[in-house]
Design a binder for this molecule. Structure first.
Ligand code: BG6
Ligand code: MG
Length: 222
């Protein structure tokens, strides 16, 4: 293992609740619908525009808005989301993540962010983690979102590695599929059944460790 490719939302910090809060408010204010709680996990790992389109489809309103209007609605959601994100501090880093980053750096493992979020640099800055990563893949530079492998291939490329040399860490089913398609080794964080395509699953971030990542990688390749 020479590199680790990190998802951000749900792995480094718990922003899923803020994404969903903003989507819920937008759906209520602009579409007059109430999003069911089950939507939260469906939107994990999915880009802003794709999420907006899924919500319009759910509301049976996909033919009522032009592409430009869909974009404007998605922008409104982002404004609501940014209000929450601006309050993030180091205290919002998920348990075990700082220790994991320390151990990986001590072992000279390269670290790259493979997030669908255009807010990734801002979030890392708020958490005080910006200088702990060697690269942040820009989702605007890849053609296809998760579950396509593009962002993980780009994140590996940004640290000069092929994905086969890397472990990817994800909380979203779409993200685990993306890691596997990129041919990296997949570590899932969350529900075993939901993330069954991963090479290993832990139920919370505090169970992640350098040894778990190395062992999972070595089992695959040695
Ligand atoms: C992913 C989240 O990390 O980023 C999704 O899991 C989100 O819920 C996506 O839609 C895009 O984020 P942003 O910050 O660019 O709107
Ligand atoms: Mg995630």
């Amino acid at each position: 293992m020479e590199g680790v490719l990190f998802d951000l939302d749900g792995i480094i910090t718990d922003t899923a609740k803020f994404h969903f809060k903003a989507w819920k408010q937008l759906a209520q204010d602009e579409l007059n619908i109430t999003l069911p709680a089950s939507f939260e996990s469906q939107l994990k790992g999915i880009s802003r525009m794709e999420s907006m389109k899924l919500i319009l489809k759910f509301a049976n309103l996909e033919d009522n808005f032009s592409e430009k209007e869909v974009f404007q609605l998605a922008n409104k959601k982002n404004e609501l989301y940014l209000r929450e994100i601006n309050k993030l501090t180091q205290a919002d880093i998920l348990p075990g993540i700082e220790n994991l980053l320390d151990a990986l750096a001590a072992n000279r493992i390269l670290l790259s962010i493979a997030s669908a979020s255009k807010n990734a640099p801002l979030i890392l800055e708020k958490l005080g983690l910006l200088n702990r990563f060697d690269a942040i893949a820009n989702p605007e530079n890849v053609a296809n979102g998760k579950p396509a492998p593009d962002i993980f291939i780009e994140a590996a490329h940004q640290i000069g590695l092929s994905p086969e040399k890397c472990v990817g860490i994800e909380d979203a089913p779409a993200g685990v599929i993306a890691i596997k398609k990129a041919k990296a080794v997949a570590v899932g964080v969350g529900d075993d059944a939901e993330l069954n395509e991963a090479d290993v699953v832990v139920n919370k971030t505090s169970n992640l460790s350098y040894l778990l990542l190395v062992d999972t990688y070595d089992k695959k390749y040695l």
